[in-house]
Each structure stands twice: as structure tokens, then as C-alpha cells.
Design a protein around this ligand. Structure first.
Ligand SMILES: [Zn+2]
Length: 313
């Protein structure tokens, strides 16, 4: 705890000198709770220009070492994050916990592995890791994200696969690893630190905006959000975007949007009403002022329509 108290004002000052720019070119830690830090990736697609710095990572300093949540999108970024952690504490990184195995959250893993950290993730990621999709994705990244992703970048499996809710204790600090998939991915995991009322939510919660639903399992996703609503959360660190001190409102908004999609598109699919007609007559007024509504809502509705058709069979 002493280390934290000493360095916190310095780093806060550093953040202030950076003009309080939240999303950075380089991972610069921002304190979000005592001993809890995050770096915030850019709101963009991964590119060589941004070094695939498009996702967040967090770390928690305990009396016996550091726990990192997510590994960033390239080994170079992970090196920088590691250097930043060393400015905060001389203690080693003991564990890296992954919220899910999407490229932008895991390409930095080999750096933490080399530094001696244990990688922990949900077992359901194994299927993806061993899939042709993962291999092809890495191959494409070696071109699109070169030189940040190159022949030396590899997919790193977890050292410890968890199957269910798991409590990890380090330096007297309890970390609750809660599987919440299949939602955004089969292996979704959130990390809750009760002593600090802090939640690392991965890509399950979107703040003040319409989420990209993609091929997600929205039924399970809603169940997962309801589970998280049972937590006492002061600060939530999402997989993308700034930290939130209004976690309950964020969780409710994401959940209510998914519920609305499933209810309206489910009814249309069951009645075999064509998608276009159903979409046009649906009342979107609760969500249509939100950021990304125009970019995401129609495709979200269409994907949900297909999903509900499938579920109805
Ligand atoms: Zn993500």
C-alpha cells in the first residue's frame, strides 16, 4: 500500500500534464481506484499507425505483486505497459488474466510471459486458439499490423484454464474471476475486486452508446449483465473506452437494449414478418439518440432477427 500512496500523486500529475487526454498513442496509466490503473486504447480499428492500441488493459498492485487484466494488441505495447508498471511498483507481474481471446486483447501476451507472469483464461478459449480462424487471423495481422505484429508474434495459450467461478488471492487481495460467456465470446470472463469495488468488464458493457452485437449470444449476454448487476461496483474498467463510475446505468442500458432487440425482432421472426417491415415499424425512440445508433442499430437488429429465427426453429 505504501508504494501506491507515494506514486499516485506523481502519476496523476503526469496524467494532468498530458492534458488529460484519455485515449493515447502510448499506454499511459491512469489511476481509477487505490492501486488500480488502466490504459485506454484508441477508439479506432487496429492499424500499423496505432500499433493495434485499440483496447484497454488494467493492473492492480497488491503487496505481493501485480495482476494485469488483458495484454494489449501488440508485444511493443505490452513492453511499454510493463515499463509503466515498473514506474509504479518494483514488484513483479504475477498474473495476466484475459477477459477474452480477441486479437487486440492478447497479442501482447508473450511479453508478460517472458517477464514470468502466469496467464489465466477461461477454458472455452481453447477451441478458438486451436482453430484455423485464429491461425488465419494472426497471418493477416502479420501483414496488416506489420511491423508491430510479425513472424515473432505468437498466440500464447493460458497456463491456467478455469472452468467456473474462481477466486485468486495475491498479497491479501481477492480477485473474483467470473465466467460470463458465451456472450461477446464463448470465453468471456470478468474480474471483480471486492475490496476495491472494481470490475474489469471486458467487452460485455458498453457505456452510453449502442453496442456492436455481431454474432454474440444475446440471450446469455443478458443473463451475464443481470449477474453483474448484483455486484457492488464503484468503478468499472471496460475493454474499450473510459472507466465508468456509473456502472449500474451502463449495465442497465446495454441489457435493456439487448432485451429490446430480442423482444421486437423475436416477435417479427415468430410471425414471419419480413425484416424490413419489422425494422421500420419498431419503436427505437429510447435508443436512437445514442452514439453509434446509426452505425450499429440496423445490423444489430438484422443479426438478432436471424438469431431469433434460428432460436424459434
Ligand atoms: Zn475488444
Amino acid at each position: 500500500m505504501r508504494t501506491i500512496v507515494k506514486t499516485l500523486p506523481v502519476l496523476l500529475l503526469a496524467a494532468a500534464l498530458h492534458g488529460a487526454v484519455r485515449a493515447q498513442d502510448s499506454p499511459v496509466p491512469e489511476a481509477v481506484a487505490p492501486g488500480v490503473w488502466m490504459v485506454q486504447g484508441q477508439s479506432a480499428l487496429g492499424s500499423a499507425a496505432n500499433r493495434n492500441f485499440i483496447s484497454n488493459a488494467g493492473f492492480v498492485v497488491t503487496d505481493d505483486g501485480v495482476v494485469v487484466i488483458d495484454a494489449l494488441g501488440s508485444p511493443a505495447l505490452a513492453e511499454e505497459l510493463l515499463a509503466q508498471i515498473r514506474r509504479v511498483t518494483p514488484l513483479p507481474v504475477r498474473h495476466v488474466i484475459l477477459t477474452h481471446y480477441h486479437a487486440d486483447h492478447i497479442y501482447g501476451l508473450q511479453t508478460f510471459k517472458a517477464a514470468g507472469a502466469t496467464v489465466i483464461a477461461h477454458r472455452a478459449a481453447g477451441e478458438y486458439l486451436n482453430s484455423e480462424t485464429a491461425v488465419q487471423r494472426l497471418k493477416a495481422s502479420r501483414e496488416e499490423l506489420f511491423p508491430w505484429i510479425d513472424e515473432n508474434t505468437r498466440l500464447v495459450p493460458a497456463d491456467r484454464w478455469i472452468d467456473g467461478p474462481t477466486t485468486l488471492t495475491l498479497g491479501g487481495m481477492e480477485f473474483r474471476l467470473q465466467p460470463v460467456g458465451p456472450s461477446h465470446t464463448p470465453e468471456d470472463l470478468v474480474v471483480y475486486v471486492p475490496a476495491l469495488r472494481t470490475l474489469f468488464a471486458g467487452d460485455l458493457v458498453f457505456r452510453g452508446r449502442v453496442p456492436f452485437v455481431g454474432q454474440a449470444d444475446s440471450g446469455h449476454w443478458i443473463t451475464a449483465l443481470d449477474t453483474l448487476l448484483g455486484y457492488d461496483i464503484a468503478v468499472a474498467v471496460p475493454g474499450h473506452g473510459p472507466a465508468s463510475t456509473s456502472a449500474r446505468a451502463d449495465l442497465e442500458l446495454t441489457r435493456d437494449y439487448l432485451v429490446h432487440l430480442r423482444r421486437t425482432m423475436g416477435e417479427a421472426a415468430r410471425n414471419m414478418e419480413p425484416f424490413e417491415e419489422a425494422y421500420a415499424r419498431t419503436d427505437w425512440s429510447r435508443f436512437d439518440k445514442l452514439p453509434l445508433f446509426k452505425a450499429a442499430n440496423r445490423i444489430n437488429a438484422y443479426n438478432t432477427y436471424l438469431l431469433m429465427e434460428h432460436e424459434a426453429q
